[in-house]
Design a protein around this ligand. Structure first.
Ligand SMILES: Cc1ncc(COP(=O)(O)O)c(C=O)c1O
Length: 413
């Protein structure tokens, strides 16, 4: 890189520093206008607390959830209502309980811990940091496999599963993956459905369909349903499906769903019964009444708010980094994130430089287990919470910082 280019970039950097920016692209949170779309939840019940089967939603019981909430969950998970437990406010909590039950209580079989050795859960990377933290908190090891545009690299996944009897599961965000935004291909879904039959011990496909209905470009991508394939292969007890309305209605004030085959759900119901007498059925009822008749239309309204922000990311990256060979990025058609890969060794420096300019980005490495990206390349961009203008400015800054990091490293070598 010529020195005059470095000097020019340094000058742009200093000029931006003087503008005292305070921007934040760290948070995969809905913006306030998105939350406003669900304000009618407040008061939606108008004093009528009877569920469609006549249950009083205000009282204890019905650990599998009320029928209309299970039917809503079935739409998100692409299964039948009988395949769903409608639960509390967080799918992440359900993921914890599933792994904890499998490890310590037994889920469709003896507890994993009986094998004595450490369990391992495969982590496609880049991936969702909270998945990794959750399995780590339960003492599991986190072998990684690369993500492709079709989902996890299934050759690597199958090789790991065949080679290591301690591999117990795989994390999946099958539609608009966090952070790459890819949608798993039909062949990937088919191969995932077969994994429990190939594993050398008990095995769970942890199918976190957090962005099932979060399309912002149409026609919407179609995800191949997992459970019917598993049923056909006899592997259904190894499927753990999750979804929530966290990014449909109110984040942390919505409801979560667990899906799977009857034996799996019955074992999880027993486990959940130790923790509670029933989830918040009043919240389930207001969600079912509010979303039931308008889910598609409601998600279209989200799409109108979210799409311009992703367009701003795309335009800014193309303008700032297109043709430089310094970075590549994903162009998702839904979900909450864009994944940017810089040339190896530039991600943490780029994020640190952006911070100096007042632009907060997800820490480099966050998309890898233990926060360590071995090539130091991946940056997760989360544009939904900021305004379109703030997104555009932040991406301009980020692009400059990637170029400056590259120029500084070339001039130092
Ligand atoms: C892939 C994924 N799963 C789960 C969650 C959190 O879900 P919940 O709010 O239902 O616990 C998120 C939030 O960002 C996510 O990106």
């Amino acid at each position: 890189m010529p020195t005059d280019n470095l000097a020019d970039l340094e000058q742009q950097f200093q000029a931006l520093k003087r503008t005292n920016l305070a921007l934040d692209l760290t948070r995969g949170k809905p913006a306030a206008e998105q939350l406003d779309l669900s304000n009618a939840l407040d008061g939606a019940l108008a004093g009528d607390f009877r569920t469609e089967d006549g249950t009083d939603a205000r009282n204890y019981g019905m650990l599998r959830g009320i029928p209309e909430a299970r039917a809503l969950g079935a739409r998100l998970l692409d299964v039948e209502a009988d395949d769903v437990i409608a639960a509390g406010n967080s799918s992440l909590t359900l993921m914890f309980h599933v792994l904890d039950a499998a490890q310590n209580a037994g889920l469709c079989g003896p507890p994993w811990r009986e094998s004595g050795a450490k369990q391992k859960v495969i982590c496609p990377v880049p991936g969702y940091d909270r998945h990794f933290a959750l399995a780590d908190a339960l003492g599991m090891e986190l072998p990684t496999v690369p993500m492709t545009d079709d989902g996890p690299d299934m050759d690597r996944v199958e090789a790991l599963v065949a080679a290591d009897p301690q591999v117990r599961g795989i994390w999946c965000v099958p539609k608009y993956a966090n952070p790459t935004g890819c949608v798993y291909s039909p062949d990937t879904v088919r191969r995932l459905a077969l994994l429990p039959a190939k594993a050398r011990g008990p095995f769970l496909v942890l199918w976190d369909n957090a962005y099932a209905v979060h399309d912002f470009e149409f026609p919407a991508a179609r995800l191949t349903p997992l459970l019917p394939l598993a049923r056909a292969a006899g592997t259904e007890d190894g499927m753990a499906l999750f979804a929530s309305t966290s990014k449909v209605t109110f984040a942390s004030g919505g409801m979560a769903f667990l899906g799977g085959a009857e034996r799996f759900l019955a074992d999880m119901e027993k486990r959940l019964a130790i923790l509670m007498i029933g989830a918040d059925k009043v919240n389930q009822l207001r969600h079912a009444r509010f979303l039931g008749p308008r889910l598609e239309q409601h998600m279209r309204a989200h799409a109108s708010l979210v799409r311009p922000k992703f367009e701003a990311v795309r335009r800014g990256l193309e303008r700032g980094l297109g043709g430089t060979g310094l970075a590549e990025w994903t162009n998702p058609r839904g979900g909450y994130f864009v994944s940017l890969n810089t040339r190896p060794g530039l991600a943490s420096e780029s994020v640190a430089l952006a911070r100096q300019l007042g632009v907060a980005l997800t820490p480099a490495g966050a998309t890898f287990p233990h926060g360590r990206d071995p090539e130091d390349r991946n940056i997760r961009i989360a544009p939904t919470f900021a305004t379109v203008e703030a997104v555009a400015k932040s991406i301009e800054v980020l692009a400059l910082c990637v170029k400056l990091a590259a120029a500084r490293s070339s001039s130092a070598s």
